[in-house]
Design a protein around this ligand. Structure first.
Ligand SMILES: [Zn+2]
Length: 231
């Protein structure tokens, strides 16, 4: 049996297995950003919040304008000279006073609503910046992964090419034995050095070493089951 050839084949097979695992690890990481739906929902919810806050601010502003117009009208009436009745004048003055008293909290409410709208807009723009940044970072990482995937695929292809070449130099019946062994273990052939199997690092019985050295039939390591190659 061409144990040397089979050993060369298994080394490339092992390298190819490793390259395939690396490729799979990379492929598993390639995906659309999983957090995007949640982030978009947050961005949308914040946009709703901005619309609500801006509506409140417009309403608060309108309240102030209405109150100011009322005061102006009452003021004009009071000093128009058309009202001469003492009681009516007094009532009008009381009413104007009360309206002026109420104007201040209305203006405060307007300020608060306007500040709330501003804060909502800030939060919204912060969220959108965050979205842009995380998506950019995700895309950059994905581009890097795709480039890694391309080189990992090249490695796998190169190993496949080498395997075909090496297999072409080995007899079919030997390849059949090799393939049967390799379905059970990554390493098929183990070298015996100084009576020790280099796969399981255990002593091989002398009788097995002697039989393996003769090389006219396949001798397995009693410990790990590899085909023993004595050199
Ligand atoms: Zn062994």
């Amino acid at each position: 049996m061409d144990l040397e050839g089979l050993q060369a084949l298994q080394e490339i097979d092992i390298q190819r297995d490793r390259a395939i695992r690396e490729l799979q690890t990379i492929v598993e990481q390639i995906s659309d950003p999983p957090f995007l739906a949640q982030l978009d929902a947050e961005v949308e919810a914040q946009a709703d919040e901005v619309r609500r806050a801006e509506l409140s601010a417009r309403e608060a502003h309108a309240h102030v304008q209405t109150a100011e117009r009322r005061i102006e009208a009452a003021d004009a009436r009071l000093y128009s000279g058309t009202i001469t009745d003492h009681r009516t004048l007094e009532e009008l003055q009381r009413d104007l006073y009360s309206q002026r008293q109420q104007l201040s909290p209305t203006k405060d409410a307007e300020t608060r609503a306007s500040q709330a709208a501003e804060a909502a807009r800030d939060a919204s723009s912060w969220l959108m910046t965050l979205r842009t940044n995380v998506v950019d970072a995700w895309n950059a990482r994905q581009a890097q992964l795709r480039s890694e995937q391309a080189s990992a695929q090249e490695q796998v292809d190169e190993h496949a090419r080498q395997i075909a070449e090496v297999r072409g130099q080995i007899a079919d019946e030997e390849l059949a034995v090799y393939d049967q062994y390799r379905r059970r273990r990554p390493r098929v052939v183990a070298t015996v050095t100084g009576g020790v199997c280099d796969e399981c690092r255990l002593m091989v019985p002398t009788v097995a070493v002697t039989r393996a050295r003769r090389g006219n039939r396949v001798v397995d390591c009693p410990s790990c089951g590899c085909i023993l190659r004595v050199i």
